[in-house]
Ligand binder design. Structure first.
Ligand SMILES: Cc1ncc(C[n+]2csc(CCOP(=O)(O)OP(=O)(O)O)c2C)c(N)n1
Length: 317
């Protein structure tokens, strides 16, 4: 996951990627826990900060990276870009509208109910999104109908430049679940085991028809809100401290080493192998084409519904 996002950063500096790129470097432990607990038939609906969730849901690497790099081999033919990742086979989608992953996941959960499936829908949201009306509406409907919905809040302490402490009336976000008679827990989002345990409990609860559950995972984004963000609202000392002392990759490597599962040398080797694998994907993606400009209006209207050319286009003609 780290190697994948570092490869994406290359595309920003080379201007292969346009627009805002949001990475989740520093938040990997949460996505790892998702990858270990979600079933293939569960739905995952993510946000503008979505790459790691796509990887957790096993969206294939190459078309995922190709979409981010705006290539015609991408999941959406390069039309969507990094904020619009759709992979119906993996039941994975994203939205750049803050809070909008909630009602979409609710729809997945309702569909599962209507179809008699026990699959669960997970909506990932940031701490800022909890303050949208969609959170209360979604949680209430899921609570009333006891739908299989899990809301996973990645609380990275900031919504762009607004600190969590200045935007939440409650000390935690997990406690807001109680308003929908749902369980809510806050966990250390840098600890894979802690997130995995909390997520598994939430998924079991939702899958058993007991209604929605909320998991609030505390974390910190290492980079600015988007690439290009001057990030002056956080002190250099705060950032340096988190990167130095609270990196989930370092924490996981230490835990594996202390429990005798992997030596430091073995974790280094895994990281090196991941970097090589991702570099190979990136070089293949770079060789792919961008969408043909003549296709700019493709997929905008349904087949047979092409409107007449606008007066402006006629006058241009
Ligand atoms: C409805 C809506 N309002 C505002 C924005 C602009 N915007 C993009 S990301 C963001 C902050 C989101 O913060 P949070 O939910 O905490 O997620 P994070 O970026 O920290 O992962 C805002 C306000 C938007 N995309 N959608």
């Amino acid at each position: 996951m780290r190697a994948f996002e570092e490869a994406c950063l290359e595309g920003v500096s080379t201007k292969e990627i346009h627009g805002e790129l949001h990475t989740a470097i520093g938040q990997e432990a949460i996505a790892v826990a998702l990858s270990e607990t979600l079933r293939d038939d569960d739905a995952l609906v993510s946000t503008h900060r979505n790459h790691l969730h796509a990887l957790a849901k096993r969206v294939p690497l190459r078309p995922l990276m190709a979409e981010i790099f705006e290539k015609d081999s991408g999941l959406c033919g390069g039309f969507g870009g990094h904020m619009h990742i759709f992979s119906p086979e993996q039941r994975f989608s994203t939205t750049g509208i803050v809070g909008a992953s909630l009602p979409v996941a609710l729809g997945h959960a309702y569909a599962a109910r209507l179809q008699g499936r026990d699959s669960v829908a997970v909506a990932v949201i940031g701490d800022g999104a909890v303050n949208t009306g969609g959170f209360a509406e979604t949680m209430n409907m899921a609570g009333v109908l006891r739908l299989g919905l899990v809301v996973l809040i990645e609380n990275n302490e900031w919504a762009i430049s607004v600190p969590f402490s200045a935007s939440s009336a409650t000390p935690t976000l997990a406690e807001r679940a109680a308003a929908s008679s749902a369980p809510g827990v806050r966990v250390d989002g840098l600890d894979v085991d802690a997130v995995r345990g909390a997520l598994q409990d939430a998924l079991d609860h939702a899958r058993a028809g007991q209604g929605p559950a909320v998991v609030e995972a505390m974390c910190y984004r290492f980079r600015g809100h988007y690439e290009g963000d001057l990030d002056l609202y956080r002190s250099a000392a705060e950032k340096a401290d988190r990167v130095e002392n609270r990196d989930p990759l370092t924490i996981a490597a230490a835990a594996l080493r202390d429990s005798g599962i992997l030596s430091a040398q073995e974790t280094d080797e895994i990281r090196r192998a991941a970097t090589v694998e991702i570099a190979d994907v990136l070089s293949k993606v770079r060789a792919d084409r961008q969408p043909d400009p003549a296709s700019a209006r493709a997929h905008v209207f349904g087949s047979g519904l092409e409107p007449d050319p606008s007066p402006r286009e006629e006058s241009l003609a």
